[in-house]
Design a protein around this ligand. Structure first.
Ligand SMILES: Cc1cc2nc3c(=O)[nH]c(=O)nc-3n(C[C@H](O)[C@H](O)[C@H](O)COP(=O)(O)OP(=O)(O)OC[C@H]3O[C@@H](n4cnc5c(N)ncnc54)[C@H](O)[C@@H]3O)c2cc1C
Ligand code: SF4
Length: 585
């Protein structure tokens, strides 16, 4: 049987490892981050060292890469003066066994049919490098079904509004019913209904009942940005475990792949640094890059993989986040408790949202769209405290510690009385938004840092000018006394140059049929290489306005099935499958 090297153990890499190992392949998974699980090869829960500790998780880089050791750089335009670029955390995702997803609040919406065929169905957007994916939603649907069954999703398909179901038809019920609802989410959902929107139970992969031998979530409140102390959201760790259970997969934590080695069109293996920093090498028949949207193109560039049309690293997408704030002076809404948020609305993802077409036409665009809104999140206590200190520091004569600060913390306007909304709006692919190798900044290993060049375009500007006031109205309709909405980039840049945030990173190794305009083909294989595949957020051709990771895993499963020739049991026989192993090992 062939042997595969998988670089990165996140959602994309976990799916590949599971499918290849279960089909009889030998698999070596390299992961630069540590393993925080001591039972990953066993059964039942995954005991871990995660805890409800904001300092450890958010400020001491327990799960995040330390930006001093692994810096990224950011600039808005290629012409920007090198001296004014930002150096630090640029949409960093946690580096650890399992990747970023077990550290998230595991929301698992699907992309819409129009996300896969946006160019054909909605038309070209001036200035953007729009392209269709090489397959349609209907072909991916069985893979979504299969991924959701493996990880277990709570939700209620019947609660999903008809206009959403039309764009992402879903035949199977979720594995678990919705769990306890957060008060902040319910207040915002009521506000959404009052202004004619259609909130529903957020599909998420935190257990509402025991599933995969792991317990139900106890709504500890430290969900987005934290690993789960009781392993109630094991997501892709289930896939990694399945790979390891075959006895044919090896997982090598704290081992960083520094280069893909190749001759002509064939990769021969990889070079790596082991946990002690010693260099090593591993050979294989197939190399799969699953390092994430920024780090996969970076590794491809570091390896100097063939790129005759200069497409590697191009079209990075982050989704354009808008933040809504609903502050309740008359009640505590406890938004810091629960699973970060439990309700969502998808109305703003619809290009036919009332008034959106007219606004687009007036701006000379074929359409505009925003994306999914997560209803009801808040801040954790240390983030809240730091925010007050920042504000107090701006007021002459007011101490940023002492009684005023304590009073603010007790009243907790920006945590216990705040119900927040995150709307992640469709981000167009622009050729000018990209990942390259920084010419001067290097990481701990002496390798060039990834340099992100990113700026929103007219599509995003017009979309935000139309949808942000609607978001604010929705927050107001929830009964909040203070409310507002603003582009996240505006909020972030109040204290200076700010890199994009949001943690939904896509693109850089675009999937497509044309080798001149994309990096990997519809099977996930690099056009220019016979045996190098990409399976992670980097292959996205468009961003859509949904949480990306369900799609990352569904696409990775489709890619893996192309390699093994196996098909999903629920596959629609009418759908085109990736051409099964026409590859030469
Ligand atoms: C706080 C937070 C909340 C989020 N919430 C959600 C959500 O609710 N829903 C959702 O869909 N998404 C969410 N996301 C985003 C989600 O986590 C990512 O979309 C997803 O993890 C990306 O998967 P990936 O396989 O592309 O990459 P990753 O998860 O980043 O995995 C890549 C892995 O590769 C490793 N790696 C990289 N380079 C190398 C190398 N050279 N050698 C060895 N290993 C390497 C990395 O250490 C990493 O573990 C959230 C993210 C965060 C941080
Ligand atoms: S809210 Fe639930 S799933 Fe999230 S970390 Fe806490 S217990 Fe785990």
């Amino acid at each position: 049987m062939p042997k595969a090297i998988i670089v990165g153990s996140g959602p994309g890499g976990s799916v590949m490892a599971m499918e290849l190992a279960e089909a009889g392949w030998d698999v070596v998974i390299f992961e630069m981050g540590p393993s925080y699980y001591n039972n990953i090869e066993g059964q039942g829960p995954f005991p871990t060292v995660f805890s409800n500790d904001e300092l450890k998780s958010q400020y001491r880089y327990f799960e995040q890469p330390d930006p001093l050791a692994y810096p990224r750089t950011f600039r808005q335009m290629a012409s920007q003066n090198a001296a004014s670029t930002y150096v630090g955390d640029v949409n960093d995702l946690p580096n650890q066994v399992g990747g970023a997803f077990p550290h998230s609040d595991v929301k698992v919406t699907r992309m819409w049919d129009i996300d896969f065929k946006g160019l054909s169905l909605l038309g070209p957007v001036p200035g953007a490098d729009m392209a269709d994916w090489p397959f349609e939603y209907s072909e991916l649907a069985p893979y979504y079904d299969e991924v959701e069954t493996i990880i277990g999703v709570q939700g209620d398909v019947a609660s999903i509004p008809a206009f959403v179901q039309k764009h992402q038809p879903q035949s199977k019920p979720y594995q678990m019913p919705p769990g306890a609802q957060m008060r902040s989410s319910m207040l915002l959902a009521a506000g959404a209904k009052r202004v004619g929107l259609h909130p529903f139970y957020f599909p998420m992969a935190a257990n509402s009942a025991e599933y995969n031998g792991c317990p139900a979530c106890n709504n500890c409140g430290f969900c987005s940005g934290y690993g789960c102390p009781i392993s109630a959201k094991p997501v892709n760790l289930i896939m990694l475990r399945r790979a390891l259970h075959t006895g044919r997969a090896q997982l090598r934590p704290q081992t960083t792949v520094t280069q893909v080695n190749y001759t002509g069109r064939r990769a021969t293996g990889v070079s790596y640094l082991d946990p002690q920093g010693n260099p090593g090498g591993e050979s294989a028949d197939v190399v799969v890059l699953s390092c994430s949207a920024v780090l996969t193109p970076r590794l491809a560039l570091l390896s100097n993989l063939p790129d005759p049309y200069a497409r590697i690293g191009k079209r990075i997408m982050f989704q354009n986040f808008y933040d809504g704030f609903a502050i309740f002076l008359n009640q505590r809404v406890h938004a810091y408790r629960g699973r970060s948020c439990t309700q969502c609305v998808f109305d703003f993802n619809d290009p036919d949202f009332p008034g959106a077409r007219l606004c687009a036409r007036l701006a000379g665009l074929p359409y505009i769209r925003a994306g999914l809104c997560e209803l009801g999140g808040s801040q954790d206590p240390i983030a809240e405290g730091k925010f007050y200190q920042q504000i107090l520091g701006l007021i002459p004569g007011v101490q940023f510690f002492g009684s005023t600060f304590k009073e603010l913390m007790r009243e907790s306007l920006l945590r216990d009385r705040l119900a927040g909304v995150d709307c992640f709006a469709t981000d167009m692919p622009y050729l000018t938004n990209n990942v390259t190798l920084d010419p001067t900044i290097k990481d701990l290993n002496g390798q060039p840092a990834p340099r992100v060049t990113y700026k929103i375009g007219k599509f995003e500007q017009v979309s935000q000018s139309f949808f942000i006031p609607l978001l604010s109205t929705m927050c107001g309709a929830s009964g909040a006394q203070l409310y507002a909405a603003v582009a996240q980039s505006t909020a972030n840049s109040l204290s200076g140059t700010a890199p994009p945030t949001g943690l939904h990173t896509m693109g850089g190794m675009q999937m497509g049929v044309n080798p001149m305009t994309s990096v990997v083909d519809g099977n996930g294989r690099m056009h220019q290489m016979d045996n190098v595949f990409c399976a992670d957020g980097s292959v996205f051709a468009t961003s859509g306005g949904s949480n990306p990771t369900n799609t990352i895993m569904a696409v990775a499963l489709r890619t893996a099935r192309g390699l093994t020739g196996r098909r999903p049991s629920t596959a629609n026989p009418a759908a085109t499958m990736p051409s099964a192993p026409a590859f030469h090992w």
